[in-house]
Ligand binder design. Structure first.
Ligand code: UD1
Length: 416
């Protein structure tokens, strides 16, 4: 059942709920290890990456109950500090468990994730920040072993505003004595959400959403109950799907405040977009307009996770567009698949030059990564004829019900 088949060219119409955010919930699940008790998360997306994080936490000794979108994590008794290589291979963000494990148990063992199809994805920033906190980290044959005695709060600097490294540093700093000041932080919404979640645990931080975050080392005093915000990338994917098919949709539970740049680009393409509270409505134009230059950047810039999806969208826009990928070096693999569908994309290093075409045609294509797979779904919805996308396990890592959701918006799409 890892193929998706789409009979394209049907405009999407209707209303759809946006799933909970993958990138917000994963660090919260990791952070639940900081609390010697129960954590409740609501609006948890039912996706493969969440299931993988559940297995990681269970291996460490936590017990987890899931009931639909509600998850209860009891981390009162942890009995292991090792994340096995299998899980690290499945999900690179397993590295996020390092910080909370060190704060809670003073020890953590994990492995190098290795490269993936979107680029090298090293973890050197994570390791450096832990060392700068006074934690001993040994790296040998792909194994990372970290041991913390009593460590003092200090000043930390990120050479680049990495999302995961910022999150790891915040969680590790909870275990320090006194205050840690982290400078050069990523400002992504998921970091703001993590800090709001930590506040529910009684852990105060100051500055989330800016480049300087202060964390006072402390024990968690409260059992948090937290509702995960909507997924800005899933929301952007559905809006792009409506835009390329000439449709008109309305999304509920969307994190509109976190989506300004994405919505601006959709407007620049000629879509009529209205955002009010947690609702976004989009009406596509008769023909999308090209965007002369679009570059990915750290928040509040255009997110790299939306890049492949907008690559697909701009293939159908009138005129020439250029997308520059500044975050991950290898994130244009989907271009070749789109070209099989009749797109005209030429990749030169970190730039994709796109000449918009009137229509795409259905083809057999392969999902290379999560967002690249979603981009092919978007392209397939607009294409004439049938598109079969292989290896869609990548897509299910991040989208809860992409097939059902699109069906309910009128798409002819099926799992195979
Ligand atoms: C998170 C998101 C991912 C998103 C990315 C950038 C999660 C679970 N994943 O990933 O969906 O695409 O942010 O918005 O939240 N880097 C290093 N060394 C490190 C860490 C990162 O060189 O130790 C580099 C990466 O290779 C990349 C850049 O820094 O080029 C940004 O990566 P980072 O922000 O860390 O991404 P993630 O946290 O892994």
């Amino acid at each position: 059942m890892n193929d998706i088949q789409i009979l394209g060219s049907l405009p999407l119409y209707g209303e759809q709920r946006v799933q909970g955010s993958k990138n917000a919930v994963l660090p919260m699940m990791a952070a639940s290890l900081l609390h010697k008790g129960t954590t409740v998360l609501e609006n948890v997306p039912q996706i493969e990456d969440v299931s993988c994080m559940v297995r990681i936490l269970e291996k460490l000794g936590a017990s987890i109950q899931r009931d639909g979108h509600r998850m209860e994590i009891d981390a009162a008794n942890l009995d292991s500090c090792e994340i096995s290589l299998d899980y690290v291979r499945k999900m690179r963000s397993s590295i996020m468990v390092l910080g909370p494990l060190l704060a809670r148990l003073g020890q953590a063992v994990t492995y190098y994730p290795g490269g993936c199809s979107i680029g090298k994805r090293p973890v050197d920033y994570h390791v450096k920040l832990l060392r700068d906190l006074g934690i001993a980290v040994e790296e040998k044959d792909g194994r990372i072993e970290a041991r913390a005695g009593r460590y003092e709060g200090t000043q930390l600097w990120l050479a680049f505003p990495s999302v995961g490294a910022t999150e790891n540093a915040i969680m590790a700093a909870v275990g320090a004595q006194g205050e840690t000041v982290i400078r050069g932080c990523a400002r992504e919404p998921e970091i703001v959400e993590l800090c709001l979640f930590l506040a529910g645990m009684g852990i105060e931080t100051v500055g989330a959403g800016t480049d300087t975050i202060r964390v006072r080392g402390q024990e968690s005093g409260k059992s948090p109950v937290y509702r995960v915000c909507g997924d800005r990338i899933a929301a952007g994917t559905y809006l792009a799907a409506a835009a390329v098919t000439g449709g008109e949709i309305c999304l509920n539970d969307a994190p509109t405040a976190y989506m300004k740049t994405i919505l601006e680009v959709l407007c620049a393409c000629g879509c009529q977009v209205m955002a009010e509270g947690s609702r976004i409505s989009l009406k596509a134009p008769a023909r999308l307009r090209a965007v002369p230059y679009l570059e990915t950047a750290v928040y509040p810039g255009f997110p790299t996770d939306m890049q492949s999806i907008f690559l697909a969208l701009l293939c159908l826009a009138r005129g020439n567009s250029v997308i520059q990928e500044n975050i991950f070096e290898g994130r244009f693999e989907t271009a070749a698949e789109l070209n099989r569908m009749g797109a005209k994309v030429r990749v030169e290093g970190r730039k994709a030059h796109i000449t918009g075409v009137q229509s795409l045609k259905g083809a057999e294509v392969t999902a290379r990564d999560l967002r690249g797979g979603a981009a092919l779904v978007v392209a397939g919805l607009a294409a004439q004829g049938t598109t079969t996308i292989h290896d869609c396990e990548h897509v299910y890592r991040g989208y809860e019900e992409i097939v059902k959701d699109l069906q309910s918006l009128g798409a002819r799409i099926e799992k195979h």
